[in-house]
Design a binder for this molecule. Structure first.
Ligand code: NAP
Length: 309
C-alpha cells in the first residue's frame, strides 16, 4: 500500500519527511513518479489532474491539502464512494484572520487613497471614522470564517456573519439562508467572503448582492475566484457602488498579466496567499487522518459530497 502525493504548488519534501518519521511503513510516492496504481491506498492532493484519482482502483481515501475541496469535486471522473477529507484550520484560520484584519484596516484607514496621494506628493488628511461604525460582514461562519469573525470583533469592529444554517457565535450578529443574506448585506460596510465554492455559492458576489450593500462598501474575497462575477465588480467600482476590493483568489490563477484587476486603482491583488498550507502546521493533522483511517475509523473533516463542502 502507498500514499500518492499530488500538487503542482506544494513541495513534496517536507511531507515525505513527515511521513517517513511518523509512518515509515507507508511508501510515499510523489506524482508523476512511476509506481503501481493498484498499490495506492491514500491520495494527498491539491488540484489533482482530472481523471487521475479514477485510475487508482484500491483508493481508500482522498485527503485535501487545503480546507477547500472544490479542486477535487470538479473532477467529472471522481470515484464515487471514496471519502474525501479536508483540513480543519491547520493554520489557515489565524493567517486568514490576519489577512482580513489587514484588509479591513486598509480600507478604514484610507490606505488606498493615501497611496494614490503619495504618488502625487499630496498631503491631505482623511478621516478613518470610528471603528464602531465599521460593520464587517463575514460570509461563511465555519472553521475559518468563525475565527475571522471573532478576531475582527476583538479589534472592536461590529461583526455580522452569514452561513447556510443558523450559527451562534458570542458577540457576532448571525444571519443565515437567502432571507438572512438580504438583511446581512445592507448592514455590511466591508464584506469578507470565506465561503466554500459550491453550486449554490458560485457567482454569489454579483451585481445584485453589491447593490444591496451600502454605497461605497468594500469587498474582500478570500474564498474562491468563482464566487465573484468579475465584470460586476468592475462595474460596481466604476459606478461608486463599491469603494474598493482586496482579492486573493481568481477564476484563473495565476491572474493573467493583461487582466484589468492588476491595474485598477481600487483593487488590491494578492496571489492566493491569504491562507497557505504550511507543512509544519498541517502535517500532524494529515498524519492523524491516515492513522485513523488505518485503524478502520473515519477522521474528522469528511466532506458531505451532496452539500459540496
Ligand atoms: N484564500 C485562501 O488562501 C484560502 C485558504 C483556505 C481556505 N479558503 C477557502 O475558505 C473556505 C472555507 O473554509 P472553512 O474551513 O471555514 O469551511 P467550513 O468550515 O466548511 O465552513 C463553511 C461555511 O460556509 C457556509 N456555507 C456553505 N455553503 C453556504 C451557502 N450556500 N450559503 C450560506 N453559507 C454557506 C457554511 O454554513 P454552515 O455553517 O451552515 O455549514 C459554513 O459556515 C474553503 O472552502 C476555501 O474555499 C481559502
Amino acid at each position: 500500500m502507498t500514499l500518492l502525493f499530488y500538487s503542482e504548488t506544494d513541495a513534496p519534501e517536507p511531507w515525505r519527511d513527515a511521513f517517513a518519521r511518523a509512518l515509515p511503513q507507508l511508501p510515499f510516492r510523489v506524482w508523476p513518479e512511476p509506481g503501481a496504481d493498484e498499490a495506492v491506498r491514500y491520495a494527498l492532493v491539491w488540484k489533482p489532474e482530472p481523471g487521475l484519482l479514477s485510475r487508482l482502483p484500491n483508493l481508500k481515501a482522498i485527503v485535501s491539502l487545503g480546507a477547500g475541496v472544490d479542486h477535487i469535486l470538479r473532477d467529472p471522473q471522481l470515484p464515487q464512494g471514496v471519502p474525501i477529507i479536508r483540513l480543519l484550520d491547520a493554520g489557515f484560520a489565524q493567517q486568514m484572520a490576519e489577512y482580513s484584519a489587514y484588509a479591513v484596516l486598509h480600507f478604514q484607514h484610507r490606505m488606498q487613497e493615501f497611496l494614490a496621494q503619495q504618488s502625487n506628493a499630496d498631503w491631505r488628511q482623511l478621516d478613518p471614522g470610528l471603528t464602531r461604525d465599521w460593520n464587517v460582514g463575514v460570509m461563511g461562519l465555519g472553521v475559518i470564517g468563525g475565527h475571522i469573525a471573532q478576531r475582527l470583533a476583538a479589534l472592536g469592529f461590529p461583526v455580522l456573519g452569514w452561513s447556510r444554517s443558523a450559527r451562534r457565535i458570542d458577540g457576532i450578529d448571525s444571519f443565515h439562508g437567502d432571507s438572512g443574506l438580504q438583511q446581512f448585506l445592507p448592514r455590511a460596510r466591508v464584506v469578507v467572503n470565506v465561503l466554500p465554492l459550491t453550486p449554490e455559492t458560485e457567482g454569489i458576489l454579483d451585481a445584485r448582492r453589491f447593490a444591496l450593500m451600502p454605497r461605497g462598501a468594500f469587498v474582500v474575497n478570500i474564498g474562491r475566484g468563482a464566487h465573484l462575477i468579475e465584470q460586476d465588480l468592475l462595474d460596481a467600482l466604476d459606478a461608486g457602488q463599491l469603494g474598493g476590493a482586496m482579492l486573493d483568489v481568481f477564476r484563473k490563477e495565476p491572474l493573467p498579466s493583461d487582466h484589468p484587476f492588476w491595474r485598477h486603482p481600487k483593487i488590491v491583488v494578492t496571489p492566493h496567499v491569504a491562507g497557505v498550507t504550511i507543512p509544519s502546521e498541517a502535517e500532524s493533522q494529515v498524519i492523524e487522518i491516515v492513522k485513523t483511517l488505518e485503524r478502520g475509523e473515519m477522521p474528522p473533516g469528511v466532506v458531505d459530497r451532496s452539500r459540496g463542502y
